[in-house]
Design a protein around this ligand. Structure first.
Ligand SMILES: Cc1cc2nc3c(=O)[nH]c(=O)nc-3n(C[C@H](O)[C@H](O)[C@H](O)COP(=O)(O)O)c2cc1C
Length: 192
């Protein structure tokens, strides 16, 4: 049986459950291991990989470092990526640099003036979030999902940044239906 790695980075913990929900959709056709990123020692033996991480002032630094470290190996195997976040500007894009996007429909907000995005709107576009990832790898699909923002679970020095820059209300925006749907799509792509 094929072996698939589902790995994730997290700041406050909520992305772990998203990774597990994706993994649950992959188990029909493969043996799936869900492993936190810092515990992954080698990609040998896996036929495909899912990597998920939140936006933490740019995509989680550990996840980007993982892509850089393993760029060569990840170019040889099917890779799917997911991003959790709380702000996303609706741009109507369904792909980015040729990579199909799956966007949780409950997440994006329409810009006030689509012809001229504000600074925060521009910062929160799929293009801005994904460009650093797409410079390194070419995934079979990228999922963008609502995450969970809780003041009590973040580091104290992150609170002013979140209040001033992210300006999002705390809450759990994880949409399990969308996450499972994407997991099913990824299972199909990995089987191709
Ligand atoms: C310091 C900090 C920075 C963040 N930056 C962004 C951001 O740039 N864009 C965004 O949409 N969400 C941002 N978020 C929200 C997180 O992406 C969201 O809460 C995510 O679900 C956290 O996942 P975790 O619980 O696995 O760490 C930020 C949260 C924190 C604490």
């Amino acid at each position: 049986m094929k072996k698939i790695l589902v790995t994730y980075a997290t700041n406050a913990g909520s992305t772990a459950k998203v990774a597990q929900a994706v993994a649950d959709k992959l188990t029909k056709t493969a043996h799936v291991e869900v492993v936190p990123l810092e515990k992954v020692t080698s990609l040998d033996g896996y036929s495909a990989i899912v990597l998920g991480a939140p936006m933490i002032v740019g995509w989680h630094r550990g996840a980007l470092a993982f892509l850089k470290r393993n760029q060569a190996a990840l170019g040889q195997k099917p890779l799917a990526i997911f991003v959790t976040c709380v702000n996303l500007t609706r741009t109507g894009e369904t792909s980015q640099e040729g990579v199909p996007l799956f966007i949780d429909e409950k997440l994006p907000k329409a810009p006030k003036n689509p012809a001229r995005l504000g600074i925060k709107e521009n910062y929160s576009t799929p293009k801005n979030y994904l460009t650093p990832i797409l410079k390194l790898v070419k995934p079979v699909s990228i999922g963008i999902f609502g995450g969970s923002l809780q003041y009590f679970s973040m580091k104290w020095w992150q609170v002013p940044f979140v209040l001033l820059v992210i300006q999002a209300m705390p809450g759990d925006k994880r949409n399990w239906k969308a996450i499972s749907e994407w997991g099913g799509q990824v299972a199909g792509k990995f089987a191709e």
